[in-house]
Ligand binder design. Sequence first.
Ligand SMILES: C[S@@+](CC[C@H](N)C(=O)[O-])C[C@H]1O[C@@H](n2cnc3c(N)ncnc32)[C@H](O)[C@@H]1O
Length: 204
Amino acid sequence: MLDLGCGEGVDCRRFNEKGAKVTGVDISPTLIKAAREASNSKNINYVESSFTALGDIVDNSFDQVVSVMALMDSPEVNSAFKEAYRVLKPGGSFYFVIKHPFTNRANKAVVKGALTHQTSYFESTPFNHTLEFQSEDVKNKYNIVSRQYPRTLSQYINPLLKAGFNLKAIEEPSPSSEALNKFACFNLWAKEPFYLMVHAKKPE
Ligand SMILES: C[S@@+](CC[C@H](N)C(=O)[O-])C[C@H]1O[C@@H](n2cnc3c(N)ncnc32)[C@H](O)[C@@H]1O
């Protein structure tokens, strides 16, 4: 399988532990280096590349393509969908997870436990997002900022269909009651969708 925007390879290692032969692609040389250092499995291969231009990766070569929390970080998704389609075998699945288009917006504030959005859902100006850590031991330790390219739901789904995919399922998960009891900060995500998960297939 192929992991687009694999970062330091956490999911590549997870899928490999379950028996998959995995290729991870990421644009960051630092993260590809960290991924290579984190595992010496001969069944994980890393490629430093943009997922919008997969270069030497041959057509119809993967059973599955996944992308976890990476497509919102790219100014361009049309080519990413076209490339995912090109490298998948006919009948293969493409699974991607993004920060929900409804939620991934600039100028948000939490008022009485709910998000208020001062930026329109239709606003497409990129913005910087600073990661907020909940855990006390790392709260002020890191300053991780990522550039975000907000898109509406249709700006993801229409290019996906145009690339040739059939849409199979969409999920908008919310925290379980067990998670809500354990972590108060999850209450917000019981009211607003944090993730959007999409399953699409390349036709046979
Ligand atoms: C939030 S991280 C997620 C990493 C990993 N999938 C995970 O869940 O831990 C987003 C990743 O997407 C990568 N990325 C952003 N734009 C990219 C592009 N055009 N091509 C490849 N990787 C990209 C970033 O370098 C970063 O590693």
